[in-house]
Design a binder for this molecule. Sequence first.
Ligand SMILES: [Fe+2]
Ligand SMILES: [Fe+2]
Length: 477
Amino acid sequence: MTATSTSVDLDAKIPNNVGLSDDPKLQRALEQWLPKYLEWWHDMGPTDFEHMPIFLRTAVSVDRGGWANYDYVKMPDYRWGIFLTPNDSEPTIKCGDDAGTPAWSDVPGEHRNALRRIIVTQADTEPASVEQQRMLGHVAPSLYDLRNLFQVNVEEGRHLWAMVYLLQKYFGRDGRDEAEELLLRRSGDEDKPRILGAFNQPCDHWLSFFAFTMFTDRDGKYQLAALAESGFDPLARSTQFMLTEEAHHLFVGDTGLQRIIKRSAELQQLDPNGDVRAQGGIDFDLIQRTINYWYTYSLDLFGGEISSNASTFFASGLKGRYHETRRYEDHKALTGDYRLPVVENGKVVEKDVPLRTAMNEVLRDAYVADCEKVIGRWNKTLEESGSPTRLTLPSRLFHRHQGIYAGHHFDPQGKLITVEQYEANVHRWLLVPEDNDYLLSIMKPCYEPGKFANWIAPPTKGIEGRPTDFEYVKMHD
Ligand SMILES: [Fe+2]
Ligand SMILES: [Fe+2]
């Protein structure tokens, strides 16, 4: 039964619009998972802020107009709910061989393994990012930013709930086992790491946090959008609702970096030698290295450029392209090639591959274009600030650990170079440990309402109509 509607049961132990009370077995399974989840949150969520009321939004409805409620809440009391965007018509499979036929309200046997893998991989990123960000509250540049960090954290927690619901409802014993495993893996752990590379990288300071929410959460947006086109209807509707929350995460990253860039330009002009660091700020080389680092790790998350898995997922209707329904006319993609650079005999040459095998690359294209737009806005900020500096995205061949470019060495412009050349220059291109030391030396907590750390400009407005000097986090209960 898929009793989902716009009516939300808010009083239930687990708020939901999936008719949980009509499915006692599932309800019990989820209620048994709840204390384990809370234990994980206590151990691996944000440290030391559990008793402080925070001005947070909570999803309470699936109405487009007013889906969230804003109020003070202590994080462990956050109401993590399960919400599916309602269907207004008979859903169909959006892409692949069976495009146009009715979507599945249950998991088809032949796609069970693939769907399980897709859902677990998505699910694993959610707690991973909370773990990566758990120490950042101690060096927050303002209460406004601290609140935004915690907003992102609790919503990643809710995204885990969204995926665990699908696992427990549709995958039986396997699903329950996966739900347990999701609470046992740890970001960066040698023995039990998170599944994907970017989610095992340290995120020790706010420059990385903003770059992570800008670039890595943005990968999340594209993965969720591709799954929102899935023929497995509950997955499509669950990811659709997750996207409404995701927009804020991207906003935090985009505007966070923009505010740093703005401030760095001010400090550059303030200093007689144009030395941003001499003024306690973050220099543009360091910002560029951070962009290079997180952008390339995020590119890896899209998977191989030429991929039989991607082809199968598309052909079976499990995962579509970005805005498959709106943007494309031919949903089968059986004809046509995709041209991409490959390394052959020590040279980069162009090669045509069948479109279906390039579906990861097609999704990556949409992502890259989105990132380019944001970089353009940041450069506008630089221009308006009178700074001659411009920021760029590195080539998508540079610093890759997945796909056909992994194992080769490229410079940020995409030129094939030797391993010696790469190693001699990599400190100029990517974040290095000394960068982290410097950043942590300037990042001291700034917890006074309306005050902002020296290395970042204040935001232009506050959250939900509140002023920027609002007490977004009550440090004393
Ligand atoms: Fe998420
Ligand atoms: Fe996110």
